[in-house]
Design a protein around this ligand. Sequence first.
Ligand SMILES: [Zn+2]
Length: 173
Amino acid sequence: MKPIDESGINHLFHHILSTLYHIQPADQWSVIPKNWCLTTAKTKYGMADHQGIIHINQNFVATGFWDLLEAVLRHEFAHLCVGLSQSHNRRFKQCEKLFKGYFNADARRQATAYGSRIHYNYRLMAELVDGQCLEIKKTHRKHHKYTNYPHQNRVTYFYQQQRIKRFYYVSEK
Ligand SMILES: [Zn+2]
């Protein structure tokens, strides 16, 4: 199969959208999908904005993850249809189902392969009050919320009922 490129994304975008307009006429959408673009932002797969632009993660380019890309586009179209303020609530889930925006078996397999291709810069670690350390997630950059954590007393995080004493980052490079 042909690797994903810009003309392939463009074709898929318009093809899916035209089939969705048969299910849900354009005048019933909260935001009319206008276009798409590639992004290097931290969003894992993609996101839709208020202008009706669907941002597709650059990581899709040159891969063969067509099923995953299709599910992501359908998911983002569902966001635009119900309105971005609905987030992932019940109304959204119904529309996502109608638009087939969920991951089928192929998309799930591709999501695993996609995830292993992403290079992360850091691992976010947490130290619990008993001294135990555990990995919370892999991340591209350091977040203020965690680097500032011990100094702000407003929020306390827990892991299985144990208070987290501090967060720290381990470089993956
Ligand atoms: Zn979403």
